[in-house]
Ligand binder design. Structure first.
Ligand code: GLU
Length: 378
């Protein structure tokens, strides 16, 4: 444990705590681990008493629900997992409500879908709700609304959801409590030389490679989504900690120097609106630009139609799109001022021609610099 880790954790005033399903639901029986939850809530109540704002992101709805419904083990059909989530979520919420109530803490349930964080208007709406709950001293317990989420339109993992919530509430720390105590240089189960990293200052390709393959059996307990979450969090100005949740009082343990990995927040987090753009999980399309436009963007200018060579995908005005170079490499993200149909007609044209081509006076920039985040700061 390094000094910096303790300082970052101890100094955090606004914290998101993500709890994995395996911590809340017994692997064998699928029942709720109430002793563990009790101990965790002691820790949360202590942090609250110390003046920290806490938002909990709790998994476990599907794990709890499938037990009640006696669904077979193994992958569930979409409608089965939706049904399991509906049954499990009510149990999960009531468990949180009760354990917090015993500590005189009011809990609230907030169920989010991908659209609630990806669409700007809905994002602001959710942000306001969470802000109101925090100012009322309530601990929000957030989960994905799995009863309506479909496989295409969902987070699917609460790691990235927690990071997105952290960004939404301007948290200074996101803690992922998991069944592993940090990021290892190699899978510890098969490589005895594997070493846990204390601090990650930069999420380099080497760091990403340590997570293994998303699809591989050896990927360490969803480390891929944890690193994706870390990327979102650090860019939003929050530290992200991966810590072992399998012990009793895991947050107290963190204050007492339990092993963990901390990804340090970027020193220059992007402002809130750009943070939302950079963290968008599903850009609706891609705008491919030429080298001249790339240089212009890098020197802080807007993207004009003249520099665009191709548009792909299916986007509407105001949607988040990826900006790529000629080789397809992502340069940044931005909110586009035109639908794909109009953008396609404007490819390569001069700003003065926009009105004649479209028949209306559109914006001169395809993506305005205020609506754009370049990769080096993403
Ligand atoms: N939202 C899912 C659930 O509550 C869990 C997703 C995850 O484990 O990351 O069951």
């Amino acid at each position: 444990m390094t000094r910096s880790m303790r300082d970052e954790w101890r100094g955090a005033r606004r914290i998101v705590i993500k709890i994995g399903s395996a911590l809340l639901a017994d692997r064998e029986t699928g029942s709720l681990k109430s002793d563990w939850l009790d101990a965790l809530c002691d820790d949360v109540a202590a942090l609250r008493a110390d003046g920290r704002d806490i938002v909990v992101v709790s998994s476990g709805a599907i794990a709890l629900g499938r037990r009640v419904l006696r669904l077979p083990s193994g992958p569930l059909k979409l409608e089965e997992s939706q049904a399991a989530a509906a049954v499990g979520q009510i149990a999960l919420s009531s468990a949180w409500r009760e354990v917090f109530a015993r500590r005189q803490v009011t809990a609230a349930q907030v169920l989010l879908t991908l659209g609630d964080t990806e669409e700007r208007r809905r994002y602001l709406n959710a942000r306001n709700t969470l802000a109101a709950l925090m100012s009322l001293g309530v601990v929000a317990v957030v989960n994905e609304n799995d009863t309506v989420a479909t496989s295409e339109i969902r987070y699917g993992d609460n790691d990235r959801l927690a990071a997105r919530v952290g960004s939404m509430i301007s948290a200074d720390c996101v803690v992922l409590l998991s069944d592993i105590d940090g990021l290892y240089t190699a899978p510890p189960a098969i490589d005895s030389a594997a070493r846990r990293l204390d601090v990650v200052e930069d999420i380099t390709p080497e760091i990403k490679a340590m997570a293994g393959d998303a699809g591989s059996e050896l990927s360490r307990g969803g480390m891929v989504t944890k690193i994706a979450a870390a990327e979102i969090a650090v860019e939003a100005g929050a530290h992200l900690i991966i810590a072992n949740g399998k012990i009793s009082h895991p947050l107290r343990a963190l204050s007492e120097d339990a092993p963990s990995t901390i990804f340090l927040a970027s020193a220059n987090p992007v402002v809130s609106r750009k943070r939302w753009i950079a963290g968008s999980l599903v850009p609706k399309g891609t705008v491919i630009i030429d080298d001249g436009a790339r240089t212009a963007l890098e020197s802080g200018r807007s993207l004009l139609p003249a520099g665009v060579v191709q548009v792909e995908g299916s986007f509407d005005r105001g949607d988040a799109v990826s900006i790529a170079g000629r080789q397809g490499e992502e340069i940044g993200r931005g909110l586009i001022a035109y639908s794909i149909a109009d953008a396609a007609r404007l490819i390569g044209c001069k700003t003065a021609e926009i009105e004649t081509i479209l028949g209306y006076r559109g914006r001169s920039a395809m993506i305005h610099r205020d609506d754009m985040v370049l990769k080096r700061s993403m």
